[in-house]
Design a protein around this ligand. Structure first.
Ligand SMILES: Cc1cc2nc3c(=O)[nH]c(=O)nc-3n(C[C@H](O)[C@H](O)[C@H](O)COP(=O)(O)OP(=O)(O)OC[C@H]3O[C@@H](n4cnc5c(N)ncnc54)[C@H](O)[C@@H]3O)c2cc1C
Length: 400
Protein backbone atom coordinates (compact mmCIF):
# COMPACT_ATOMS: atom_id res chain seq x y z
CA UNK A 1 0.00 0.00 0.00
CA UNK A 2 1.22 3.50 -0.67
CA UNK A 3 1.98 5.43 2.52
CA UNK A 4 -0.03 8.66 2.77
CA UNK A 5 1.81 11.83 1.79
CA UNK A 6 3.16 13.58 4.86
CA UNK A 7 2.58 17.31 4.51
CA UNK A 8 5.29 18.29 7.03
CA UNK A 9 7.85 16.14 5.23
CA UNK A 10 6.75 17.65 1.94
CA UNK A 11 7.44 21.13 3.25
CA UNK A 12 10.65 20.22 5.04
CA UNK A 13 12.07 18.44 2.04
CA UNK A 14 11.56 21.28 -0.38
CA UNK A 15 15.18 22.41 -0.25
CA UNK A 16 16.81 24.08 -3.21
CA UNK A 17 19.62 22.07 -4.79
CA UNK A 18 22.56 23.79 -6.37
CA UNK A 19 23.30 22.71 -9.91
CA UNK A 20 19.69 22.27 -10.99
CA UNK A 21 19.80 25.63 -12.71
CA UNK A 22 22.31 24.10 -15.12
CA UNK A 23 19.30 22.17 -16.40
CA UNK A 24 16.99 25.16 -16.31
CA UNK A 25 15.34 23.55 -13.29
CA UNK A 26 16.17 26.11 -10.64
CA UNK A 27 12.56 27.18 -10.41
CA UNK A 28 11.48 23.56 -10.05
CA UNK A 29 13.32 23.17 -6.78
CA UNK A 30 10.57 24.43 -4.50
CA UNK A 31 7.03 23.14 -4.28
CA UNK A 32 5.99 25.22 -1.26
CA UNK A 33 3.95 27.66 -3.34
CA UNK A 34 1.99 24.78 -4.81
CA UNK A 35 1.27 23.27 -1.40
CA UNK A 36 0.46 26.66 0.16
CA UNK A 37 -2.00 27.29 -2.65
CA UNK A 38 -3.82 24.15 -1.56
CA UNK A 39 -3.24 22.31 -4.84
CA UNK A 40 -3.35 18.55 -4.54
CA UNK A 41 0.20 17.19 -4.56
CA UNK A 42 0.80 15.12 -7.64
CA UNK A 43 1.72 12.02 -5.63
CA UNK A 44 0.58 8.72 -7.04
CA UNK A 45 1.74 5.12 -6.55
CA UNK A 46 5.17 4.54 -8.04
CA UNK A 47 5.38 2.02 -10.85
CA UNK A 48 8.41 -0.29 -10.60
CA UNK A 49 11.50 1.65 -11.59
CA UNK A 50 13.81 -0.51 -13.67
CA UNK A 51 17.51 0.01 -12.90
CA UNK A 52 19.80 1.57 -15.49
CA UNK A 53 22.61 -0.80 -16.47
CA UNK A 54 25.27 1.80 -15.93
CA UNK A 55 28.71 0.58 -16.92
CA UNK A 56 31.38 1.76 -19.34
CA UNK A 57 30.92 -1.44 -21.39
CA UNK A 58 27.44 -0.19 -22.30
CA UNK A 59 28.61 3.27 -23.41
CA UNK A 60 28.22 3.25 -27.19
CA UNK A 61 29.04 6.91 -27.81
CA UNK A 62 30.39 10.01 -26.10
CA UNK A 63 29.25 13.25 -27.69
CA UNK A 64 30.38 16.81 -27.08
CA UNK A 65 28.72 20.01 -28.18
CA UNK A 66 29.05 23.73 -27.62
CA UNK A 67 26.10 25.77 -26.37
CA UNK A 68 25.97 29.08 -28.30
CA UNK A 69 25.68 31.37 -25.29
CA UNK A 70 25.15 35.14 -25.51
CA UNK A 71 25.07 37.19 -22.32
CA UNK A 72 22.30 39.42 -23.70
CA UNK A 73 20.24 36.48 -24.97
CA UNK A 74 19.70 35.21 -28.53
CA UNK A 75 20.21 37.48 -31.51
CA UNK A 76 16.90 38.17 -33.25
CA UNK A 77 17.48 41.53 -34.95
CA UNK A 78 16.98 42.26 -38.65
CA UNK A 79 19.72 43.69 -40.87
CA UNK A 80 20.59 44.08 -44.53
CA UNK A 81 23.56 43.18 -46.67
CA UNK A 82 23.29 44.69 -50.14
CA UNK A 83 19.74 43.93 -51.29
CA UNK A 84 19.26 40.98 -48.90
CA UNK A 85 17.30 41.16 -45.65
CA UNK A 86 18.86 39.05 -42.89
CA UNK A 87 16.77 37.98 -39.91
CA UNK A 88 19.04 36.58 -37.21
CA UNK A 89 17.95 33.66 -35.06
CA UNK A 90 20.92 32.30 -33.11
CA UNK A 91 22.60 32.23 -29.71
CA UNK A 92 20.14 30.19 -27.62
CA UNK A 93 22.66 28.76 -25.12
CA UNK A 94 21.34 25.65 -23.41
CA UNK A 95 17.74 26.29 -24.47
CA UNK A 96 17.81 26.02 -28.26
CA UNK A 97 15.48 23.05 -28.58
CA UNK A 98 13.14 24.26 -25.87
CA UNK A 99 12.72 27.75 -27.32
CA UNK A 100 13.01 26.79 -30.99
CA UNK A 101 9.36 27.09 -32.02
CA UNK A 102 8.86 30.35 -30.18
CA UNK A 103 12.07 31.97 -31.35
CA UNK A 104 11.50 30.83 -34.92
CA UNK A 105 7.91 32.10 -34.88
CA UNK A 106 9.27 35.56 -34.13
CA UNK A 107 11.99 35.25 -36.80
CA UNK A 108 9.49 34.07 -39.44
CA UNK A 109 7.07 36.90 -38.66
CA UNK A 110 9.92 39.37 -39.21
CA UNK A 111 11.06 37.62 -42.38
CA UNK A 112 7.57 37.57 -43.88
CA UNK A 113 6.77 41.19 -43.13
CA UNK A 114 7.67 42.07 -46.75
CA UNK A 115 5.66 39.04 -48.06
CA UNK A 116 8.50 37.34 -49.98
CA UNK A 117 7.47 34.25 -51.96
CA UNK A 118 10.82 32.56 -51.26
CA UNK A 119 12.88 32.34 -48.12
CA UNK A 120 16.41 31.06 -47.52
CA UNK A 121 17.30 29.58 -44.15
CA UNK A 122 20.95 29.25 -43.14
CA UNK A 123 21.42 26.25 -40.85
CA UNK A 124 19.72 22.93 -40.32
CA UNK A 125 19.83 22.61 -36.54
CA UNK A 126 16.94 23.11 -34.10
CA UNK A 127 16.50 26.77 -35.05
CA UNK A 128 17.02 26.39 -38.80
CA UNK A 129 14.56 23.52 -39.18
CA UNK A 130 11.81 25.07 -37.09
CA UNK A 131 12.24 28.39 -38.95
CA UNK A 132 12.03 26.56 -42.28
CA UNK A 133 8.91 24.59 -41.33
CA UNK A 134 7.12 27.64 -39.94
CA UNK A 135 7.94 29.67 -43.07
CA UNK A 136 6.53 26.83 -45.19
CA UNK A 137 3.38 26.73 -43.09
CA UNK A 138 3.01 30.45 -43.73
CA UNK A 139 3.08 29.76 -47.48
CA UNK A 140 6.68 30.52 -48.45
CA UNK A 141 8.88 28.38 -50.67
CA UNK A 142 11.88 27.52 -48.49
CA UNK A 143 15.44 26.40 -49.16
CA UNK A 144 17.78 25.44 -46.32
CA UNK A 145 21.47 26.16 -46.91
CA UNK A 146 23.74 24.38 -44.43
CA UNK A 147 27.11 22.76 -43.98
CA UNK A 148 25.61 19.99 -41.78
CA UNK A 149 22.19 18.37 -41.83
CA UNK A 150 20.42 17.80 -38.53
CA UNK A 151 22.01 14.48 -37.47
CA UNK A 152 25.48 16.06 -37.84
CA UNK A 153 24.68 19.35 -36.13
CA UNK A 154 25.41 20.31 -32.54
CA UNK A 155 21.65 20.26 -31.96
CA UNK A 156 21.70 16.49 -32.43
CA UNK A 157 24.11 16.20 -29.48
CA UNK A 158 21.79 17.85 -26.94
CA UNK A 159 20.19 16.15 -23.96
CA UNK A 160 16.75 16.82 -25.37
CA UNK A 161 14.76 18.06 -22.40
CA UNK A 162 12.50 21.03 -21.75
CA UNK A 163 15.01 23.54 -20.32
CA UNK A 164 13.80 26.91 -21.65
CA UNK A 165 16.02 29.12 -19.48
CA UNK A 166 19.16 27.04 -19.29
CA UNK A 167 22.07 29.42 -19.91
CA UNK A 168 19.87 31.68 -22.01
CA UNK A 169 21.30 35.03 -20.80
CA UNK A 170 22.97 36.79 -17.88
CA UNK A 171 20.58 38.49 -15.47
CA UNK A 172 22.45 41.79 -15.61
CA UNK A 173 23.19 41.77 -19.36
CA UNK A 174 19.80 40.87 -20.86
CA UNK A 175 17.76 43.82 -22.16
CA UNK A 176 14.90 44.96 -19.87
CA UNK A 177 12.29 43.59 -22.31
CA UNK A 178 14.03 40.23 -22.76
CA UNK A 179 12.15 38.49 -19.94
CA UNK A 180 8.83 39.22 -21.69
CA UNK A 181 10.23 38.08 -25.04
CA UNK A 182 11.56 34.90 -23.41
CA UNK A 183 8.14 34.19 -21.91
CA UNK A 184 6.54 34.62 -25.32
CA UNK A 185 9.05 32.21 -26.89
CA UNK A 186 8.66 29.64 -24.11
CA UNK A 187 4.87 29.66 -24.26
CA UNK A 188 4.71 29.38 -28.06
CA UNK A 189 7.21 26.51 -28.00
CA UNK A 190 5.43 24.69 -25.22
CA UNK A 191 2.16 24.86 -27.10
CA UNK A 192 3.70 23.81 -30.41
CA UNK A 193 5.37 20.79 -28.83
CA UNK A 194 1.92 19.53 -27.87
CA UNK A 195 1.29 18.67 -31.52
CA UNK A 196 4.26 16.24 -31.46
CA UNK A 197 3.00 14.32 -28.40
CA UNK A 198 1.39 10.91 -28.78
CA UNK A 199 2.81 10.23 -32.24
CA UNK A 200 4.23 6.85 -33.28
CA UNK A 201 7.91 6.71 -32.34
CA UNK A 202 7.33 9.18 -29.48
CA UNK A 203 9.27 12.11 -30.95
CA UNK A 204 8.21 14.12 -27.91
CA UNK A 205 6.92 12.69 -24.65
CA UNK A 206 6.30 13.45 -21.01
CA UNK A 207 8.54 11.63 -18.58
CA UNK A 208 8.68 11.39 -14.79
CA UNK A 209 12.01 12.52 -13.36
CA UNK A 210 13.33 11.87 -9.87
CA UNK A 211 15.66 14.16 -7.93
CA UNK A 212 17.51 12.05 -5.38
CA UNK A 213 19.37 14.06 -2.76
CA UNK A 214 20.91 13.58 0.67
CA UNK A 215 24.24 11.96 1.38
CA UNK A 216 25.97 13.48 -1.61
CA UNK A 217 23.98 16.32 -3.13
CA UNK A 218 24.11 17.79 -6.59
CA UNK A 219 27.38 19.66 -6.91
CA UNK A 220 27.01 23.37 -6.14
CA UNK A 221 27.94 25.94 -8.76
CA UNK A 222 31.57 27.02 -8.74
CA UNK A 223 32.18 30.06 -6.51
CA UNK A 224 32.46 33.35 -8.36
CA UNK A 225 30.18 32.10 -11.12
CA UNK A 226 28.13 34.35 -13.38
CA UNK A 227 24.55 35.29 -12.60
CA UNK A 228 22.59 33.38 -15.23
CA UNK A 229 19.02 34.58 -15.75
CA UNK A 230 16.26 32.49 -14.19
CA UNK A 231 12.82 33.08 -15.66
CA UNK A 232 10.98 30.04 -14.36
CA UNK A 233 8.60 32.13 -12.27
CA UNK A 234 7.13 33.55 -15.49
CA UNK A 235 5.86 30.15 -16.62
CA UNK A 236 5.02 28.61 -13.26
CA UNK A 237 1.53 27.74 -14.54
CA UNK A 238 2.92 25.40 -17.22
CA UNK A 239 5.75 23.92 -15.13
CA UNK A 240 5.13 20.89 -12.94
CA UNK A 241 6.69 21.49 -9.51
CA UNK A 242 8.59 18.61 -7.90
CA UNK A 243 6.77 16.83 -5.10
CA UNK A 244 8.57 15.15 -2.22
CA UNK A 245 7.85 11.43 -2.03
CA UNK A 246 7.47 9.50 1.22
CA UNK A 247 10.49 7.43 2.24
CA UNK A 248 10.54 3.91 0.89
CA UNK A 249 8.25 4.30 -2.11
CA UNK A 250 11.10 4.38 -4.60
CA UNK A 251 14.15 2.12 -4.73
CA UNK A 252 16.44 5.12 -4.27
CA UNK A 253 18.33 5.42 -0.99
CA UNK A 254 18.53 9.26 -0.80
CA UNK A 255 17.34 11.26 2.18
CA UNK A 256 14.92 13.10 -0.09
CA UNK A 257 13.43 11.87 -3.31
CA UNK A 258 11.32 14.27 -5.33
CA UNK A 259 9.47 13.71 -8.55
CA UNK A 260 8.30 15.95 -11.32
CA UNK A 261 7.17 15.45 -14.89
CA UNK A 262 8.81 17.09 -17.83
CA UNK A 263 8.76 17.07 -21.59
CA UNK A 264 11.62 15.40 -23.41
CA UNK A 265 12.60 15.25 -27.05
CA UNK A 266 13.69 11.89 -28.45
CA UNK A 267 15.95 13.59 -30.93
CA UNK A 268 16.53 10.72 -33.37
CA UNK A 269 12.80 10.37 -33.97
CA UNK A 270 11.90 14.02 -33.47
CA UNK A 271 14.67 15.17 -35.81
CA UNK A 272 13.61 12.62 -38.41
CA UNK A 273 10.03 13.89 -38.11
CA UNK A 274 11.13 17.50 -38.65
CA UNK A 275 13.32 16.66 -41.65
CA UNK A 276 10.57 14.51 -43.22
CA UNK A 277 7.92 17.20 -42.66
CA UNK A 278 10.13 19.82 -44.27
CA UNK A 279 10.92 17.68 -47.32
CA UNK A 280 7.33 16.42 -47.68
CA UNK A 281 6.14 20.03 -47.87
CA UNK A 282 8.46 20.64 -50.84
CA UNK A 283 11.44 22.04 -48.92
CA UNK A 284 14.81 22.10 -50.66
CA UNK A 285 18.19 21.54 -49.01
CA UNK A 286 21.55 22.73 -50.36
CA UNK A 287 24.78 21.63 -48.70
CA UNK A 288 27.15 24.56 -48.57
CA UNK A 289 29.66 26.14 -46.21
CA UNK A 290 29.58 29.93 -46.22
CA UNK A 291 32.92 31.64 -45.63
CA UNK A 292 31.58 35.17 -45.55
CA UNK A 293 28.16 36.86 -45.12
CA UNK A 294 28.52 38.31 -48.65
CA UNK A 295 27.99 34.77 -49.98
CA UNK A 296 24.65 34.67 -48.17
CA UNK A 297 23.70 38.05 -49.63
CA UNK A 298 24.39 36.64 -53.10
CA UNK A 299 21.74 33.89 -52.75
CA UNK A 300 18.78 34.21 -55.11
CA UNK A 301 16.38 34.50 -52.16
CA UNK A 302 16.47 38.03 -50.84
CA UNK A 303 15.05 37.26 -47.39
CA UNK A 304 17.25 35.04 -45.24
CA UNK A 305 16.68 33.63 -41.76
CA UNK A 306 20.13 33.17 -40.30
CA UNK A 307 20.44 30.20 -37.87
CA UNK A 308 24.11 29.13 -37.78
CA UNK A 309 24.21 28.54 -33.99
CA UNK A 310 27.75 28.56 -32.62
CA UNK A 311 28.90 28.82 -36.27
CA UNK A 312 27.96 32.55 -36.12
CA UNK A 313 31.17 33.18 -34.21
CA UNK A 314 33.26 32.35 -37.27
CA UNK A 315 30.82 33.27 -40.04
CA UNK A 316 29.57 36.59 -38.64
CA UNK A 317 32.67 37.27 -36.52
CA UNK A 318 30.26 37.47 -33.59
CA UNK A 319 32.42 37.40 -30.50
CA UNK A 320 29.40 37.93 -28.27
CA UNK A 321 28.96 34.15 -28.54
CA UNK A 322 30.70 32.23 -25.77
CA UNK A 323 31.08 28.45 -26.12
CA UNK A 324 29.76 26.42 -23.21
CA UNK A 325 31.02 22.88 -23.61
CA UNK A 326 28.76 19.99 -22.68
CA UNK A 327 29.39 16.25 -22.91
CA UNK A 328 27.05 13.26 -22.83
CA UNK A 329 27.91 9.58 -22.42
CA UNK A 330 25.31 7.41 -24.18
CA UNK A 331 24.33 4.07 -22.70
CA UNK A 332 22.54 1.47 -24.83
CA UNK A 333 18.81 2.29 -24.61
CA UNK A 334 16.60 0.38 -22.20
CA UNK A 335 12.92 0.61 -23.09
CA UNK A 336 11.99 -0.50 -19.57
CA UNK A 337 13.62 2.61 -18.03
CA UNK A 338 10.66 4.95 -18.22
CA UNK A 339 11.94 7.77 -16.02
CA UNK A 340 14.81 10.21 -15.64
CA UNK A 341 17.02 10.89 -12.64
CA UNK A 342 19.16 13.62 -11.14
CA UNK A 343 21.58 12.36 -8.52
CA UNK A 344 24.99 13.31 -7.15
CA UNK A 345 25.73 15.78 -9.94
CA UNK A 346 24.56 13.43 -12.71
CA UNK A 347 21.61 13.94 -15.04
CA UNK A 348 20.18 10.74 -16.52
CA UNK A 349 17.62 10.96 -19.32
CA UNK A 350 16.22 7.77 -20.80
CA UNK A 351 15.49 8.40 -24.47
CA UNK A 352 14.36 5.99 -27.14
CA UNK A 353 17.72 6.46 -28.89
CA UNK A 354 19.98 6.09 -25.84
CA UNK A 355 20.34 6.76 -22.14
CA UNK A 356 22.01 10.11 -21.64
CA UNK A 357 24.45 10.41 -18.71
CA UNK A 358 25.62 13.96 -18.18
CA UNK A 359 27.83 15.36 -15.41
CA UNK A 360 26.53 18.58 -13.84
CA UNK A 361 29.60 19.35 -11.73
CA UNK A 362 30.26 23.08 -11.64
CA UNK A 363 26.63 23.96 -12.39
CA UNK A 364 26.08 26.62 -15.04
CA UNK A 365 29.79 27.45 -15.15
CA UNK A 366 30.70 23.96 -16.31
CA UNK A 367 32.35 24.22 -19.71
CA UNK A 368 31.96 28.02 -19.84
CA UNK A 369 34.41 29.48 -22.36
CA UNK A 370 35.64 26.00 -23.33
CA UNK A 371 35.49 25.24 -27.07
CA UNK A 372 37.10 21.80 -26.85
CA UNK A 373 34.81 19.35 -28.64
CA UNK A 374 36.97 16.30 -27.96
CA UNK A 375 35.32 13.57 -25.91
CA UNK A 376 36.70 13.11 -22.40
CA UNK A 377 36.44 9.45 -21.41
CA UNK A 378 37.29 10.13 -17.76
CA UNK A 379 34.38 12.56 -17.50
CA UNK A 380 32.12 9.89 -18.99
CA UNK A 381 33.42 7.29 -16.54
CA UNK A 382 32.74 9.61 -13.60
CA UNK A 383 29.08 10.02 -14.51
CA UNK A 384 28.55 6.36 -15.32
CA UNK A 385 30.13 5.18 -12.07
CA UNK A 386 28.18 7.66 -9.90
CA UNK A 387 24.99 6.30 -11.44
CA UNK A 388 26.18 2.71 -10.95
CA UNK A 389 26.89 3.49 -7.28
CA UNK A 390 23.30 4.64 -6.78
CA UNK A 391 21.85 1.50 -8.34
CA UNK A 392 24.23 -0.68 -6.30
CA UNK A 393 22.56 0.75 -3.17
CA UNK A 394 19.03 0.80 -4.58
CA UNK A 395 16.34 -1.62 -3.50
CA UNK A 396 15.24 -4.14 -6.10
CA UNK A 397 12.23 -3.04 -8.16
CA UNK A 398 8.99 -3.79 -6.30
CA UNK A 399 5.39 -4.21 -7.40
CA UNK A 400 3.44 -1.11 -8.42
C1 LIG B 1 25.42 18.97 -23.85
C2 LIG B 1 24.29 19.85 -24.30
C3 LIG B 1 23.00 19.56 -23.93
C4 LIG B 1 21.94 20.36 -24.34
N1 LIG B 1 20.69 20.02 -23.96
C5 LIG B 1 19.64 20.80 -24.31
C6 LIG B 1 18.34 20.46 -23.89
O1 LIG B 1 18.14 19.46 -23.21
N2 LIG B 1 17.32 21.27 -24.25
C7 LIG B 1 17.50 22.40 -25.00
O2 LIG B 1 16.55 23.11 -25.27
N3 LIG B 1 18.75 22.73 -25.45
C8 LIG B 1 19.82 21.97 -25.11
N4 LIG B 1 21.09 22.29 -25.51
C9 LIG B 1 21.27 23.50 -26.31
C10 LIG B 1 20.96 23.26 -27.77
O3 LIG B 1 21.65 22.11 -28.21
C11 LIG B 1 21.40 24.48 -28.61
O4 LIG B 1 20.84 25.65 -28.08
C12 LIG B 1 20.88 24.28 -30.04
O5 LIG B 1 21.37 23.08 -30.55
C13 LIG B 1 21.29 25.41 -30.97
O6 LIG B 1 20.75 25.09 -32.22
P1 LIG B 1 21.10 25.89 -33.53
O7 LIG B 1 20.15 25.44 -34.58
O8 LIG B 1 21.15 27.35 -33.22
O9 LIG B 1 22.62 25.50 -33.87
P2 LIG B 1 23.28 24.19 -34.51
O10 LIG B 1 22.63 22.95 -34.08
O11 LIG B 1 24.74 24.34 -34.24
O12 LIG B 1 23.02 24.33 -36.06
C14 LIG B 1 23.72 25.27 -36.82
C15 LIG B 1 23.49 25.00 -38.29
O13 LIG B 1 24.14 26.04 -39.04
C16 LIG B 1 25.05 25.46 -39.95
N5 LIG B 1 26.18 26.36 -40.15
C17 LIG B 1 26.94 26.94 -39.19
N6 LIG B 1 27.90 27.68 -39.76
C18 LIG B 1 27.75 27.55 -41.10
C19 LIG B 1 28.45 28.05 -42.23
N7 LIG B 1 29.51 28.84 -42.13
N8 LIG B 1 28.02 27.71 -43.49
C20 LIG B 1 26.94 26.90 -43.63
N9 LIG B 1 26.26 26.38 -42.60
C21 LIG B 1 26.67 26.71 -41.35
C22 LIG B 1 25.45 24.14 -39.33
O14 LIG B 1 25.99 23.25 -40.30
C23 LIG B 1 24.11 23.69 -38.77
O15 LIG B 1 23.34 23.12 -39.80
C24 LIG B 1 22.18 21.51 -25.14
C25 LIG B 1 23.48 21.81 -25.53
C26 LIG B 1 24.54 21.00 -25.11
C27 LIG B 1 25.92 21.33 -25.52
Amino acid sequence: MTPPLNRRRLLAGASVLGGLNALGLAGCADDRALVAAGAAPSFAPIAPLAPVRSSMERVFDITVCLRPFRAEGPRLDVGTIGDATIVHNYGHGGSGWSLSWGSSTIAVQRALSSSPAEIAVVGCGALGLTSAILAQRAGAKVTIYARDLLPETRSARATGTWTPDSRIALADKAAPNFAALWEQMARISFKTYRSYLGLPGSPVQWMDRYIVSGGVDVQPAAPGGLDFADYQDLIRDISAAPVELPAGVTPFPGAHVRRFSSMQFNLADYGHTLMSDFLAAGGQIRRIEFRDPSEIAALKQKVVINCPGYGARALWKDESITPVRGQIAWLIPQAEVTYGLIYDGVNMVSRTDGICVQLLDGGDMQGYGDDNETADRDEARKGVSRLAALYARALPPGPA
